[in-house]
Design a protein around this ligand. Structure first.
Ligand code: SF4
Length: 515
């Protein structure tokens, strides 16, 4: 059956905005009942990486609920499954014969390039690509004249964003007189603390059907206990639940890790922010209101706002600044293949085992476990940056290229030569011991540098320092750490290097890379 629709709006699966700019734009062209919205479940997109089952269900269910919402608003919706996006759009054009297609810019480089350079010729209709509004830097660029090789500090970027969007500001000054409360936000998790669990949402029939289909697939991870938000209303409820239950303590324990609890006081809102079920300013204003109402202290509210208005926007800005060159970044010449236990979670290291099993179960661990355990291990073990990036992209429910490339290659692995982070985020077991309870029940000894039960984070850390001593010494932010090498005599250096080599060999790691 052929319908006539002069304008079609193509909405991507990670652009499920409540007020989508392409729909607003189309209102000037035609009434909703003369506008067709097309959403495409692309098989090749879902097959690009071995995605976590919960991520597949989240995306498909959120897309299908979004389509239903638009139908209820009076739109004609063409929801189709296709081998790839191009085939889906061609099928849509053939069936609906629109005069033009309007779409919002993809947040990922290859998708946007395809929209701009190939879509019109492929489809043979007029194509209009409008600016992406999912990120605040889409409307305000703090550094419009940015230099390719200059280093930009997130802290300066963040202050410009605070000023421009008037967030936590008292005139020209930050509310409370201080821009950054990081120093207050590094407390270990108390032994008997119990953080309130996050909001859980019972799957409806539509979601249950998708779960059943995904259950039998060979995708990564566990699908049991799927309880993610899949609509705007549920995502808004998750936000309110976080504000009411956990925001007040979020700052204090932002960097803490605990074997018994992966969530702690974290928000778990990134899966929803990254597909448009929540918008950044919605989260920021809700946190500001909580501060104004006395629900949460300034260190917690500023800490959260730093994550959303600071890091998230900075990362997206860096992605567009560094693409596509960053894809080949490998400043530390890392070449090891990803070890199998990243997928299975089977490791004698207590911290890695807990965290990797949580990744299998939930497709999520919080940012310190990502940065200071998973990425730290990857840097110290010399894992190839793209293989680490692809693993994160596959296994995390909130992972998309724009967030993972700069976070993993730049922040986590320092593979971009320091354009995002001024130093490699590496640490020995002492950091993990201080910020978690993992070491207490581990067969390895966090205090030993070498020996049968020495913690791998220790000999890998010192081996990394030995291998890169000269270069690290020249880094003003890392130089002092290298001074510790003066206390290690040549024999111990040899033992450290040999133990690191044996450990990597036992893991079955060789020099193949997985580009
Ligand atoms: Fe992790 Fe080492 Fe601590 Fe074990 S001793 S939990 S491997 S940091």
């Amino acid at each position: 059956m052929k319908k006539q629709a002069s304008t079609s709006i193509w909405i991507l699966g990670d652009q499920l905005l409540e007020t989508h700019p392409a729909l607003t734009y189309s209102h000037a062209l035609a009434a909703p009942d003369a506008t067709c919205v097309v959403l495409i479940e692309s098989d090749s997109r879902f097959a690009r990486h071995p995605y976590h089952k919960k991520k597949v269900v989240l995306l498909k269910s959120a897309m299908q609920h979004y389509a239903e919402r638009l139908r209820q608003q009076g739109y004609s919706v063409d929801y189709r499954r296709a081998p790839n996006m191009a085939a889906g759009l061609r099928g849509h054009v053939s069936d609906y014969q629109p005069d033009r297609i309007v779409a919002m810019e993809a947040s990922e480089y290859a998708g946007r390039k395809w929209q701009r350079e190939r879509m019109k010729a492929l489809l043979g209709v007029s194509v209009e690509i409008i600016p992406n509004t999912q990120f605040l830097v889409g409307t305000f660029d703090p550094y419009p004249q940015s230099q390719p090789d200059r280093h930009y500090l997130m802290e300066h970027f963040y202050r410009k964003m605070r000023r421009h969007f008037d967030v936590l500001m008292d005139g020209e000054q930050p509310v409370g007189g201080v821009w950054n409360y990081d120093k207050q936000n590094r407390r270990p998790y108390p032994r008997n603390a119990v953080a309130p669990a996050r909001a859980r949402f019972t799957p409806d029939t539509r979601t249950t059907n998708i779960i059943e289909a995904v259950k039998t697939s060979d995708a990564f991870g566990q699908i049991e206990e799927f309880a993610l938000a899949v609509t705007h209303e549920q995502a808004a409820a998750a936000l309110q639940d976080f504000i009411a239950q956990r925001l007040a303590r979020f700052g204090d324990y932002e960097d803490a890790m605990a074997a018994r609890d992966g969530q702690l006081y974290h928000s778990f809102l990134s899966p929803y922010l990254n597909i448009g079920l929540l918008e950044p300013m919605q989260v920021i204003r809700a946190a500001e209101a909580a501060y104004a109402a006395g629900v949460a202290p300034i260190n917690a509210v500023e800490g959260l706002i730093r994550q959303v208005l600071g890091w998230r926007e900075f990362i997206y800005w860096q992605y567009w600044r560094q693409m596509p060159g960053i894809l080949n970044a490998n400043a530390w010449n890392a070449s090891q293949a990803l070890p199998e236990f990243f997928w299975t979670g089977e490791s004698a290291m207590n911290c890695m085992r807990h965290i990797l099993r949580r990744v299998r179960q939930d497709g999520y661990v919080h940012h310190i476990e990502r940065l200071m355990v998973l990425a730290n291990f990857s840097t110290l073990a010399g894992l190839h940056p793209i293989s680490v990036n692809n693993w994160f992209l596959s296994t995390f429910v909130d992972a998309y290229e724009w967030v993972m490339i700069p976070n993993v290659l730049g922040m986590g692995l320092n593979a971009d030569g320091g354009k995002i982070a001024t130093k490699p985020y590496i640490a020995s077991a002492h950091y993990i011991k201080r910020m978690s309870d993992y070491c207490a029940n581990c067969p390895f000894d966090y205090a030993k540098r070498t020996g049968n039960d020495a913690c791998p984070f220790n000999f890998l850390y010192w081996n990394f320092l030995i291998e890169h001593e000269e270069r690290l010494r020249a880094n003003p932010r890392f130089g002092p750490a290298v001074l510790g090498l003066r206390n290690i005599d040549p024999d111990e250096r040899k033992r450290i290097k040999q133990q690191a080599l044996d450990f990597l060999h036992q893991l079955g790691m060789d020099s193949k890379n997985e580009q």
